[in-house]
Design a protein around this ligand. Structure first.
Ligand code: FE
Length: 332
């Protein structure tokens, strides 16, 4: 059987909306501690960006009663690609509706993934033009490096929880056109625990991992890129000095080879500062599969990840009917 042509309709992760019950403290976290710039304020929301992001905004902080992820926005490779994916999503019954687009973006098509996370796709995007005080001396850099706080360069990826990883992984591959990079499968290939996928050379931009509490539409973490491992270590100092809870790291994952630091922003969402990793350029990449033994504690070196890393997601919920699932070893 001939292999289907790969889909290249989605270019990259564009922006993520984060819900937070602590808007003022969360704003301080992202602006002053992570070093992002505020670009726009609307009722109940603040839009921010990393100094290296080319788009007007890559993070939207929205006030809500509980933490979690709002809309996950993906930029398509062309206006035609946007129409094609919207039609494919509608045909599956996953479409919500067209909108005029969030701040900085044109017409957008909203939909849900099989687990219920709200996503949207768009093509038109306002390119960021820095105000005089933020202009870079480099004409190929969208904004100057301010050196404030951690100084995250750009949005990198997110990991969401899903009750059925396999279904959502297939959705990412077949409908969004993402390449499967790595996966964790337990019980001799029968139990899919996690899948790391991407529409581009970045190792993963969307990861699905098992929701051990049987919830739907929940967030595991949102991740921002820094250029060096040293920046991750410095982030640990900056966040610790400010009383931010550090859950794990700095250390290195086996999967993705990412050098990570996981903290909780004041509203409760898990935020990763990330570097290292590796790019994937091969069009015929063979997904790497890890089993229980190979996976071990989920880390390449450094201490094992804590149990909260499996149990905690946002919004935080009590274990549902699926909560009697066997206790899992840490899977990242
Ligand atoms: Fe991550």
């Amino acid at each position: 059987m001939a292999m289907p042509e790969p889909l290249h309709d989605i270019a990259h992760l564009g922006a993520v909306e984060l819900l937070t019950p602590e808007p003022h403290k969360a704003l301080r976290f992202f602006r002053d501690l992570l070093g992002m710039e505020v670009v726009h304020e609307a009722s109940g929301s603040v839009h921010l960006r990393g100094w290296g992001d080319y788009a007007a905004s890559t993070l939207k902080l929205t006030t809500a009663s509980a933490p979690g992820v709002g809309c996950i926005a993906w930029r398509t490779t062309s206006p035609e690609a946007l129409e094609r994916r919207a039609a494919a999503l509608s045909a599956l019954g996953l479409g919500i509706d067209w909108t005029n687009g969030d701040f900085g973006r044109g017409r957008s098509f909203r939909f849900r993934d099989p687990d219920g996370h709200i996503m949207e796709i768009y093509y038109e995007e306002q390119r960021y033009v820095a105000p005089p005080g933020l202009r870079s001396a480099l004409k190929n850099q969208p904004q100057k490096y301010t050196g404030r706080g951690v100084g995250v360069r750009r949005l990198d990826h997110l990991a969401v929880l899903a009750s059925d990883v396999a279904t959502n992984r297939r959705f990412a591959q077949d409908i969004l056109g993402f390449q499967l990079r790595e996966q964790v499968i337990f019980e001799e290939g029968k139990r899919e625990i996690g899948a790391w996928t991407s529409p581009n050379a970045v190792h993963h931009q969307l990861a699905y991992v098992t929701d051990v509490k049987g919830g739907h539409g929940r967030l595991h973490h949102l991740s921002f890129w820094v250029d060096n491992r040293d920046d991750v270590l410095r982030a640990a100092d900056i966040l610790s000095e400010e009383g931010i809870f550090i859950e794990a790291g700095p250390a290195k994952h086996n999967n993705s080879q990412g050098f990570y630091l996981y903290s909780y922003e004041p509203g409760g969402n898990r935020i990763e500062v990330y570097s290292g990793s590796y790019l994937v350029l091969a069009p015929d990449w063979q997904p790497v599969t890890w089993n229980e033994e190979e996976r071990a504690a989920g880390v390449y070196w450094g201490g094992a990840l804590p149990d909260s890393f499996i149990q905690y997601g946002t919004p935080n919920i009590e274990a549902g009917p699926a909560g009697d699932a066997p206790k899992l070893p840490v899977f990242f």
